[in-house]
Design a protein around this ligand. Structure first.
Ligand code: ADP
Ligand code: ZN
Length: 197
């Protein structure tokens, strides 16, 4: 993605299912900003302590140290005036207030990059992601590989029968699936809500 640099800030969203390379892409953009000697602050939602309490870690074991926060206001309080890039991982776990927070930061002239799942395990829009996507100047939608057929995968299949929207896990709990092989929870299929219908 080519970004034309100017004085105004902007918002970038990186979205897609689990295993689609969102964290890898976020890490790549942060590393390139660091090479350009930009001042960077990295945040992630504290709910996901899968690999590390604070670092952003991809499924391919790349990582960068960050700060874990549990609400969006904390980000606003922690961002330094001189920071040029604010990177946020696991955006879907924040409440709607993240939308105002990233807007404020972009309006202050900062580049804000936020990565997150756009669909939950039911195939429905996840938390603030739709609001973030429509306000962003740049949206990158990533796809994973379907673990059943090898086609591009837009869905995150939960392999357990938990019904909470947030169940933290990796390959033992979730896998990427295409539209054809994604199986929404039984309750949704009965109610005719499969694939976000
Ligand atoms: P995300 O943040 O979207 O969950 P990550 O950046 O953490 O994704 O991990 C992406 C990496 O996961 C890929 O580069 C690949 O090594 C690995 N991977 C494991 N399963 C899959 C899959 N089904 N499709 C694509 N990549 C996968
Ligand atoms: Zn498939």
């Amino acid at each position: 993605m080519q970004i034309v640099h100017g004085k105004s800030g902007w918002l970038e969203v990186i979205c897609g299912p689990m295993f689609s390379g969102k964290s890898e892409e976020l890490i790549k953009r942060i590393r390139r900003a660091q090479i350009a000697r930009r001042r960077v602050q990295i945040f992630k939602h504290g709910i996901d302590a899968r690999y590390d309490a604070t670092s952003i870690v991809s499924h391919s074991q790349q990582s960068l140290p960050g700060v874990a926060v549990t609400n969006a206001q904390e980000i606003l309080n922690l961002v330094d005036d001189r920071t040029e890039l604010v990177a946020i991982d696991e955006g879907q776990f924040f409440g709607e207030e993240i939308v105002d927070v990233v807007n404020k930061l972009a309006n202050l002239g900062k580049r804000v990059v936020i990565a997150g799942l756009d669909l939950d395990y039911r195939g429905l829009p996840f938390g603030p992601m739709p609001q973030l996507m429509c306000r962003a100047e740049y949206v990158t939608k990533q796809l994973a590989i379907c673990m059943t057929c090898g086609d591009p995968a837009n869905f995150t299949q939960r392999l357990t029968r938990d019904t909470a929207q947030v169940v933290v896990g990796a390959t033992e709990t979730y896998e990427a699936r295409c539209r054809c092989h994604f199986e929404p929870p039984v309750e949704d299929r009965v109610a005719g809500k499969a694939n976000g219908a």
